[in-house]
Design a binder for this molecule. Structure first.
Ligand code: NAP
Length: 249
């Protein structure tokens, strides 16, 4: 069915089962969007979808068939939030774990490419499409032992920034959100479930929380069609760069 058959605008959020994605799904639902939530942990998605009146759909962005099934269930898409992603491990280039690098590439880079490519026709058809990609400070600067993640986030950002050029003239806006430290399950995933290591990342400073980022995404989505916020870098006050922060607590 064509997008004109529906009244409510539809927002697709990838990685909506936790952290920034879950907060964004809540925020966009509050704004009146019908939200389609995608991630691998369907139980969590279903719980959140029931809470916000959205739709839960299994999605593994590293699996082409899963992306195909996900996209086949969508009739209309006005907003795509490319949020699924993350880091695995922290190691110097000399000690790089190729499996971790592969995971980060597949999830952040190829995953963003698969979903975005598949949804471009629907976003154009909407007449006022928006692609928000959650990259990172890691897409802007390097840090010690972070090359696997910074390489992946730079790769993901390049897809997004290149599309900003390639889509000129089409009714699709593009916004890159590059956050610094946000306390979510990000570090727990990065350190393979080691809670002590994950907690240490945020100790002594006040990190951003998922809602801080979600509110900005809602603001971006609420601008009129001619206003394109190209890139938003968000950091906690206690963090000046990917390499420098202050721990006073
Ligand atoms: P999070 O709580 O770990 O959330 C990550 C989300 O990505 C989860 O919903 C996860 O869902 C999903 N995901 C991971 N692999 C996936 C796959 N193969 N297919 C589909 N979904 C997948 O971490 P977060 O901080 O909210 O991360 C969200 C985004 O923000 C990521 O792109 C991350 O790189 C970026 N970011 C985070 C920070 C930070 O400090 N937290 C800073 C800058 C940027 P399932 O496991 O259920 O699939």
């Amino acid at each position: 069915m064509s997008s004109r058959g529906y009244k409510r605008r539809v927002a697709v959020v990838t990685g909506a089962s936790s952290g920034i994605g879950a907060a964004t799904a809540r925020s966009l639902a509050r704004d009146g969007y019908e939200v389609v939530l995608g991630a691998r942990r369907v139980d969590r998605l279903e719980e959140l979808a029931a809470e916000i009146g959205g739709r839960a759909q299994q999605l593994d962005v590293t699996d082409a068939e899963s992306v195909e099934r996900f996209v086949a269930g969508l009739d209309r898409v006005d907003v795509l939030v490319n949020n699924a992603g993350g880091a695995k491990g922290m190691a110097s280039v000399a000690d790089a774990d190729l499996d971790d690098w592969q995971w980060m590439w597949e999830t952040n880079v190829a995953g963003t490419l698969r979903v975005t490519k598949a949804l471009l026709p629907a976003l154009e058809e909407s007449g006022d499409g928006l692609i928000v990609t959650v990259t990172s400070l890691a897409a802007i600067e390097p840090y010690d032992n972070g090359a696997g993640y910074t390489a992946a986030k730079h790769g993901q950002a390049m897809i997004h920034r290149t599309l900003r050029l390639e889509l000129l003239g089409k009714p699709i806006r593009l916004t890159e959100i590059a956050p610094g430290m946000v306390e979510t399950e990000f570090s727990l995933v990065r350190f393979d479930g080691d809670a002590a290591k994950a907690d240490a990342v945020y100790s002594g400073l006040e990190p951003l929380v998922a809602d801080d980022v979600a509110e900005v995404i809602s603001f971006v989505a609420s601008r009129p069609p001619h206003v394109n916020l190209d890139q938003i870098v968000m950091k906690p006050r206690d963090q000046a760069s990917a390499r420098r922060n202050i721990r006073t607590g």
